[in-house]
Design a protein around this ligand. Structure first.
Ligand SMILES: Cc1cc2nc3c(=O)[nH]c(=O)nc-3n(C[C@H](O)[C@H](O)[C@H](O)COP(=O)(O)O)c2cc1C
Length: 299
């Protein structure tokens, strides 16, 4: 995957407005003066540039020279995004998003899937790493295969339940809490009753499964993935599509090296998010209640 690299400034185009200097958080641009002449220089001997691209975004004359990246988007509202959507409209849109668990048996045209992925591409990431890669599964049989694999993990949990007092000390605290909870036994019974009667309790027979994988570079990998998928969920909604994050599948894929390999996920990557997507076959009347905000103001 090619990466953005700033290589300098086109002195013919540069109008010396110094906006690149202001925008660079690691201070790689400077003004050089020779008599009355002023020149803007870019210098990065210690490779501090983390490729945020803000210098490219701010330059009024496209004077920043770079390689390894696409053309930028220039449009009038880019400097006044608030003119594109009001807070009220945005909040309505956010509140209207639901996790969708009922889908139409209708394929989604590929350009629409691309549009959702494109929104994910524009999400922020720590140090602008953008190290996310995706697998898009639209093959019904493959989705059913993966769903069975995830269900099998639940089956193992169910089988281990009678031994829970014995194995609890060896489990992580979250797994221990889950396996010891009386709800777990009941919910697994319900899960398999419905699975056995033909329901897909993992992917809800959605026509698309999107898997996000990435190298586990830091504690920021998870948040990066979450933001990318959230962008995707909102973009999907704007295209008339529903989504649901599938933590069960994410957890299974995180553990199963073998299935990751079968899916073509390289050894040095892991799975940080799974979404299902498709045409919604359910209509909500209102946003569900949320908890009150819990905020500590320090004024
Ligand atoms: C990280 C994460 C994991 C989730 N995992 C699942 C899942 O495995 N199965 C499922 O049906 N819903 C899953 N959900 C959806 C949540 O249950 C849902 O977001 C929550 O109930 C709030 O409902 P809403 O999204 O409609 O506002 C997950 C959501 C998130 C953010």
């Amino acid at each position: 995957m090619s990466r953005l690299k700033i290589i300098g400034i086109d002195s013919e185009k540069c109008i010396k407005c110094e906006k690149c200097i202001t925008s660079c958080s690691v201070r790689l641009f400077s003004v050089e003066r020779a008599g009355m002449e002023k020149k803007i220089e870019f210098d990065d001997p210690y490779h501090f540039c983390f490729r945020c691209g803000h210098c490219i975004s701010i330059c009024p004359t496209e004077a920043i020279d770079y390689t390894g990246a696409e053309q930028t988007y220039t449009f009038e509202e880019v400097s006044t995004p608030e003119s594109l959507i009001s807070y009220d409209d945005m909040m309505k849109f956010i509140r209207a998003r639901r996790s969708i668990r009922i889908y139409k048996d209708k394929p989604v045209p590929e350009p629409l899937i691309h549009s959702v992925l494109e929104a994910m591409r524009y999400s922020p990431s720590a140090s602008n790493r953008q190290s996310r890669e995706y697998i898009v599964i639209t093959d019904k049989e493959k989705i059913a295969w993966l769903s069975t694999k995830v269900s099998n993990l639940m089956k193992t949990t169910q089988r281990l339940l009678p031994l829970r007092y014995l194995i609890a000390p060896f489990l992580s605290s979250s797994l221990r809490r889950r396996i010891m909870s009386p709800r777990t036994k009941k919910s697994l019974e319900m899960f398999f009753e419905r699975t056995d009667s033909g329901d897909d309790m993992i992917f809800f027979k959605a026509p698309i499964v999107i898997i996000l994988y990435a190298p586990p570079y830091s504690k920021m990998t998870g948040p990066d993935a979450g933001i990318a998928l959230t962008h995707g969920m909102l973009a999907a909604q704007s295209l008339g599509l529903g989504t649901c994050w599938i933590g069960f599948a994410q957890e299974y894929l995180w553990r199963s090296k073998k299935t990751r390999k079968t899916l073509g996920i390289p050894k040095d990557r892991n799975v940080y998010g799974v979404l299902v997507m498709g045409y919604t076959d359910i209509k909500f009347e209102r946003a569900p209640p949320r908890r009150e905000l819990s905020v500590k103001w320090k004024k």
